[in-house]
Design a protein around this ligand. Structure first.
Ligand code: AMP
Length: 190
């Protein structure tokens, strides 16, 4: 296991829906013993709990739209304040806009950002095959549009800050995982 000199892996993973990000996240949190903070999971839990907030969030998610930066930043800030996130974390699905990335920088900036790179045709194939409840074709299309518009700019945002590692996401799960770990260890030092 590798650690940054300050003992922390503060990891953000970027990748479109269908990039294999979820699978890699499950392996990464185990490998680095850090909490998996997925804003999508947090919102789906709120939706399942049926609170007023959860219902409003679910309607937005079902359309494939994004919640406001203000709401989502508040939820992430609260989650990062928990004890288990003090020694590092993996953020999955956040930040999704430059505004969110700027807010995160003021809370706990990442020291490594993995961009899981998978070609569009493969992403589409995987997404249509898996059929999650909020995966209608329209919602998928909308999410991809928003990804290009709002989230893709984060690649250069983090590249400019010297923390970006783009990893080829095509291949077997183990193969991709080995590439991701190598990229993280090279970025955070061991
Ligand atoms: P995900 O599981 O990351 O694909 O997220 C599912 C849905 O939750 C997204 O399509 C958005 O509607 C919402 N969501 C998750 N994370 C964010 C975020 N960082 N900002 C805004 N909306 C989000």
């Amino acid at each position: 296991m590798s650690r940054a000199p300050d003992g922390q892996v503060r990891l953000v993973i970027l990748g479109r829906q269908g990039s294999g990000k979820g699978t890699q996240c499950a392996l990464l949190v185990d490998h680095y013993a850090i909490p998996h903070i997925s804003t999508g999971d947090m919102l789906r839990e709120a939706g399942a709990a049926g609170t007023e907030f959860g219902q409003a969030a679910k309607a937005i998610m079902d359309r494939g739209d994004l919640l406001s930066d203000e709401v989502i930043v508040g939820a992430v800030q609260e989650r990062l304040a928990h004890d288990d996130a003090a020694a590092g974390f993996l953020l999955d699905g956040f930040p999704r806009t430059v505004g969110q990335a700027e807010a995160l920088a003021a809370i706990a900036g990442p020291n490594v950002v993995v961009n899981l790179d998978v070609p569009t045709d493969l992403v589409l194939e995987r997404m249509l095959a898996r059929g999650r409840a909020d995966d209608t074709e329209d919602a998928i299309k909308r999410r991809l549009e928003l990804y290009e518009e709002q989230t893709a700019p984060l690649v250069s945002y983090y590249d400019d800050r010297g923390v970006l590692a783009t990893v080829d996401g095509v291949g077997e799960v183990d193969e991709v995982f080995a590439r991701v770990v190598k990229a993280i260890d090279a970025n955070v030092g061991s």
